[in-house]
Structure formats: C-alpha cells, structure tokens
Write a protein that binds this ligand. Structure first.
Ligand SMILES: [Fe+2]
Length: 311
C-alpha cells in the first residue's frame, strides 16, 4: 500500500483478509501508529484521508464487512488481538452468495458457527438492546434453518444466500452490542491450537450459556424465537443447550475438547496459556456474569471433558 498508494482498498476474502485489510489501512493512513493493539475505540483515527474500504466476503461468518472489529494474530506471542473502532466499518459491502459456493463443508460449518456465536452473544450481553436483539434473533433463526443445508450441499444457492445475509445481520447486531464469552474462550483456543475461529467460538456456545444463566434470563428470547419450550428460565436454558448440542453434533462438531484429538497431557501443559488468553481477552468485559481467571480455568477443564457447567 505504501508503494502503490491506493485510494480504494478492496478486501476480497474471509475474516482474516478483511481484518488484515483494516489493519493495513490503518497503518497506510496513520504510519505514526505502530502498535495496532493499542488502538482505542475512543480516539479519532481520521481514516479516509487517503483511501476507502470495500469489503467482499467470500465466507458467511465473520460479518467483518459490517463491523468496526478486527482480530489480528500476533504470531510472535501466539495471541489473538481484537480491536474495534467505528471508523473501521467498511464503506461498501458486496454480498454475493456466488463467492461462498466453493467453501468446503468444514469451513462452511466453522464460518456459520461464528455467525451463531455472534448472534447468541449479542442477545445475552448486557449491552443488548432494542436495535440489536431483533437482528440477532433473526440471524439465529436463519443459521439454524440454513446452515445444515449449506453444509450438506455447498451448491445450494438459496442456503448460501441466506447464510451470507445472516452473517451480515449478525455482524450489524454484535457490531453494536459486542459479543462475550464464546469469543474470549474461542480466541484463546484458536490462538493456542491454531484452530478455526468460528469452530472455536461455536464450540463454546453451550458453556457460555451455562456459565451466564445465574445472572441472566435473556436466553428466553432465543427460546421463544426457536420455539423451544421454556416453562422456567432454567428449563429453557437446559432445552436450549440441548438444542445447540444437537445442532453441533449434526454438523460433526465435537462437544468436548478431548474429542478434537487433544491429549490430556498437552491440554494440561497449555492450560495456563488458555486461561491467561481467555481471561485477558477484551470480550470478557461484555459477559453478563463477571468471570475470574479461576473460573476461566474451570470452564476450560469442564470443556475438555464435555461436562455441564455447575458453578
Ligand atoms: Fe467471531
């Protein structure tokens, strides 16, 4: 960019490509900023003096085309660094299902679960509101309906179309309200084991619900949208978790970390880093239930065995 001096940046790709473009755009416009991790959403960046950003997603997941969020992988320290700034919302997004047709089934699932995690977090975070909730609920409905179809048949154009719209809708919702524990834990798992972002955050959806249920009954809105029986908040939660687990299972996603082929010894060796990264992740601050480092460790241990969170 420094050499070519573009006045239009076109990011064609998945979340990594769009987020990378946002990072490069900042450094192109603001060479005085050297540490992207230190960017505050409260400071003015004054972008668009040199270029505009067009985002063309080729996956249906991240929603980066409609958010000011970007996640960078700092390979030197193997950490995921999420940043967020209003000025990073792309100027134009081009949503075409054609670009997502060639995604293999595993990537389709990973990306689709990212949408689900964004939307479910957007409903249950304390900053959920009347603008974000209807969008997030719509995205949840759409993912449960269309992701299994896109997974089974990648050439199903209607499923691909609905999924790219769902990803965008969920992006608009969580771009305003933020997402929480699925992403704190997911970022840690993804960084330490170099696993796909969407798969990691989707995996943690049931654990996040169970951990938060002591302080919120926002999940009842999801039960209502998906027509899941919820005579009480607790029963609704149990039914919702069972539904999500059934959904993950049908998409061949393991329900316990040990079923990803991670040995107990390796997990125990890496546990301190998993805890440090998840507790240090900015998404923790948006959790309805404040979490301690000790509780992060417990969630990770329970997730390894596939146990219900009971604390
Ligand atoms: Fe995500």
């Amino acid at each position: 960019m420094k050499y070519f001096e573009p006045d239009l940046i076109m990011a064609v790709g998945g979340g990594s490509v769009m987020d990378l473009s946002k990072g490069a755009w900042i450094l192109y416009e603001r060479p005085d900023l050297t540490d992207l991790g230190m960017i505050s959403p409260l400071d003015k960046l004054n972008l668009r003096q040199k270029a505009m950003l067009v985002a063309v997603p080729t996956t249906a997941g991240t929603g980066s085309e409609s958010t000011g969020a970007a996640v960078f992988h700092d390979t030197a320290v193997q950490r995921k660094i999420p940043i967020s700034h209003d000025e990073l919302v792309p100027d134009v997004a081009v949503l075409s299902p054609q670009f997502t047709i060639s995604m293999p089934p595993e990537l389709t699932v990973g990306a689709g679960l990212d949408v689900l995690a964004h939307a479910m977090d957007a409903v249950t975070t304390p900053s959920a509101n009347e603008f974000t909730e209807p969008l997030a609920l719509k995205a949840i409905e759409m993912v449960t309906q269309w992701l299994p179809r896109a997974y089974k048949n990648g050439n199903d154009r209607e499923a691909r179309f609905r999924m790219i719209i769902a990803a965008n809708i969920a992006g608009i919702a969580f771009g305003m309200s933020g997402c929480h524990l699925t992403h704190s834990f997911g970022h840690a798992l993804g960084a330490v084991y170099e696993m796909h972002h969407g798969l990691c955050v989707g995996f943690f959806i049931p654990y996040s619900f169970q951990f938060c249920q002591r302080v919120t009954d926002n999940h009842l809105a999801i039960c209502k949208a998906l027509e899941i029986a919820a005579p009480t908040a607790k029963e609704g939660l149990n039914n919702l978790v069972a539904e999500v687990r059934g959904f993950l299972k049908a998409l061949n996603v393991p329900l316990a970390l040990k079923d990803f082929g991670i040995s107990k010894k390796d997990f125990e060796n890496k546990l301190p880093r998993l805890v440090e990264y998840s507790y240090g992740d900015i998404s923790c601050y948006l959790s309805p239930r404040p979490i301690t480092a000790g509780q992060c460790e417990m969630v990770m241990k329970y997730a390894y065995e596939g146990q219900d969170i009971d604390f």
